[in-house]
Design a protein around this ligand. Sequence first.
Ligand code: PMP
Length: 285
Amino acid sequence: MALQIYISGKYYDKENAKISVYDHGLLYGDGVFEGMRSYSGKVFRLEEHLDRLWDSAKAIWLQIPISKQEMGTVVNKTLEINGIRDGYIRLIVTRGAGSLGLDPNRTSDPQVICITDHIALYPPEFYEKGLEIITASTIRNHSAALSPRIKSLNYLNNIMAKIEGLQAGCVEALMLNAKGEVAECTGDNIFLVKKGKLMTPSLDSGILDGITRGAVLDIAREAGIEVAEMALTKHDVYIADEVFLTGSAAEIIPVVKVDSRPIGDGTVGPITLKLTKRFHQITRE
Ligand code: PMP
């Protein structure tokens, strides 16, 4: 059976899952989304993802046409229909089809889309050996222009930085904020370890409030590791003992080189390994 995609109350075979070319999600990136994972049939931190989706929608004045509870049911049912217990879920809410002008008041029928699939963002050796990344020259969206806390369908800011990374032979790129502080990577949050202390940019640095970031902070606190959410500079990254990235798709992935500088001794560090082990226990238990 073909993969079944949910669109606004109905299921379609993958090749027939289509929406209008007049949808403002396509025309203007006008919409919001979530990416999450299911482990052994249970969606990791589903409520948090739904809360963030609703917060993103609220920020752009988008009324999601179903309730949070119904959305949770859609997610679980779509996984079930496709027989996916360990996989990735993409939830999308578009503004709906409208005129060729920007005006969201002239759109109707926001579309709710749920895709469940398998995902392997990076090959296993990237997790074992760690990534090399560069700092992109593209600055993360200024919070006062388009808050990075909104997970919107407009990812061009991140895509510009991603292209810079790819052109330099790197699968991820570090983005700074308009003040020159470390913000996040194009699709992941960033963590540093220095002298046993775990540090990550605070929400004020202009980042997505990552669900995996939150889980890692919880795990670290439970393990008695000192943690700080703070402003960080590129210098802090260069002199860190360990660096890793977090995201629902990527999970926890080590970084061993930034802008050609080896991080620590250039191998995956002990705190990264400890947190990863615990993260796998929690998600796969
Ligand atoms: N930052 C950005 C820009 C993202 O797109 C994502 C999600 N891929 C993250 C951070 C990580 O967030 P989460 O852990 O909630 O997936």
